[in-house]
Design a binder for this molecule. Structure first.
Ligand code: MLT
Length: 428
């Protein structure tokens, strides 16, 4: 590996240190670039720019590798639980049984939300998108727990905020669905595990008992694990940037929720389902839509294909596809949208047009099929993504705070008007 990088500017040579991560990723440390040269770098979308060092998640886009704290996602999805993975991401190690029991118990104890949160709910129109409600109510936690805003919180205070957030997001997320459906809200139960409790709050009715199906609980655990972190994606970078201003965990995560809502990010799973439904409504001829996607004069694009970082395949998509097949078979669901999805996937994996453009199914492509099988409506898909991503956001915010990272403040290259004098309105 090169010991240093040399930049030659205006005939002068400037050496910059090269750093290497534990997985041999290399970076040029340009922290002193502007002081030494007067130049800044420009990298719109930060495709080549590392914003931080992190010990939480490693992914290799070329090899399709994803590990949380060193553990392969494939092993965690098959052998762990969402709450155990949340502990791993947030605290950096797999918990002992006693640590896991305490973490789960603390979360269970805090799933109830203040009755005034219900009053805020009553103010939202039932047609409000669940993500609008979720981001608002998560930010409102700073109003219910004003001490969470302090920049110099102790470890114990941060841990309490972590527990509150992990616990209350599940209740608030389920309530966004109930509000959307105009149904009575269900209060959390302390006798259920995290995923079972969420499903109960989502689907239980006063008029009929909701039977918790362990196969659905298992599928939900797997889905949430697969979404739990993904290094410096858009929403996580948002959480870190907002948190770098010493904003509270709740306010930082609320910002992350809004970033995730974007259709180019977490909103893609909702877009995928709407695309499959549009194809079905049009008669289900996938070859017609494959042709449209390849036609540069046609605005139609396949949603749920390709990825900014993964160059060959998204490891999460492989696991989710298998889970989708298992859940639908176990529940005896013959979803025509799954058949359409499988035809699109087959085309993407065999057609040169998609292969050379690296357009293969990503994590969003199949997740919606499972959520639909579980009975979760399309508008809730991105809420489910946020529920899964929360431990990652928390871990990354906590790491940024513990490392005492400076406030994020990128530079720019100005391209506007040069200096000019003000003129009165009668002279314009
Ligand atoms: C994610 O999991 O956040 C998405 O795949 C987007 C990304 O990583 O850029």
């Amino acid at each position: 590996m090169a010991e240093s990088a040399e930049i030659i500017l205006d005939g002068k040579s400037y050496p910059f240190p090269v750093i290497e991560g534990t997985e041999h990723e290399k970076a040029i440390d340009i922290a002193k670039l502007r002081d030494l040269t007067g130049y800044v770098t420009l990298d719109s979308g930060y495709k080549n720019t590392g914003a931080t060092k992190s010990a939480i998640t490693f992914l290799d886009g070329e090899e399709g590798i994803l590990r949380y704290r060193g553990y392969p996602i494939e092993q965690l999805a098959e052998q762990s639980s969402f709450i155990e993975v949340a502990y791993l991401l947030i605290y950096g190690k797999l918990p002992t049984q006693a640590e896991l029991d305490d973490f789960s118990h603390q979360i269970t104890k805090h799933t109830l939300v203040h009755e005034d949160v219900r009053k805020i709910f009553d103010g939202f129109p039932s047609a409000a998108h669940p993500m609008a409600i979720l981001s608002s109510l998560i930010c409102s936690l700073t109003a219910f727990y004003p001490e969470s805003v302090a920049p110099d919180l102790s470890k114990e205070e941060i841990d309490l905020n972590v527990i509150r957030l992990m616990a209350k997001i599940s209740t608030i997320a389920a309530w966004t669905y109930k509000n959307n459906m105009g149904h009575p809200l269900n209060y959390p139960r302390n006798d259920l595990d995290y995923c079972s409790n969420f499903l109960y709050m989502m689907f239980s009715f006063p008029t009929e008992k909701y039977e918790i199906d362990p196969r659905i609980v298992s599928a939900l655990n797997k889905l949430l694990i697969l979404h739990a972190d993904h290094e410096q994606n858009c929403s996580t970078s948002t959480v870190r940037l907002v948190g770098s201003a010493n904003a509270s965990l709740y306010g930082s995560v609320s910002a992350g929720i809004n970033a995730l809502w974007g259709p180019l990010h977490g909103g893609a799973n909702q877009e995928v389902l709407e695309m499959l439904q549009a194809i079905q409504k049009d008669g289900g001829d996938t070859s017609k839509f494959i042709a449209k996607a390849k036609d540069k004069n046609d605005s139609f694009r396949l949603m749920g294909f390709g990825h900014r970082v993964y160059k060959n395949f998204d490891p999460r998509a492989k696991i989710i596809k298998k889970a989708a097949d298992e859940v639908l078979a176990a529940l005896g669901i013959d979803d025509p949208l799954l058949k359409i999805a499988q035809e699109l996937e087959q085309a993407a994996l065999t057609d040169e047009y998609f292969i050379e453009r690296k357009l293969y199914p990503n994590v969003d492509f199949y997740s919606g099929i499972i959520y639909r099988a579980i009975g979760i409506p399309t508008e809730m898909f991105t809420v489910m993504f946020a529920l899964g991503r929360l431990p990652g956001w928390i871990a990354q915010w906590k790491e940024m705070r513990e490392n005492k990272e400076p406030i994020g403040r990128p530079r720019q290259i100005y391209t506007g008007e040069t200096e000019r004098n003000y003129v009165g309105i009668d002279q314009r």
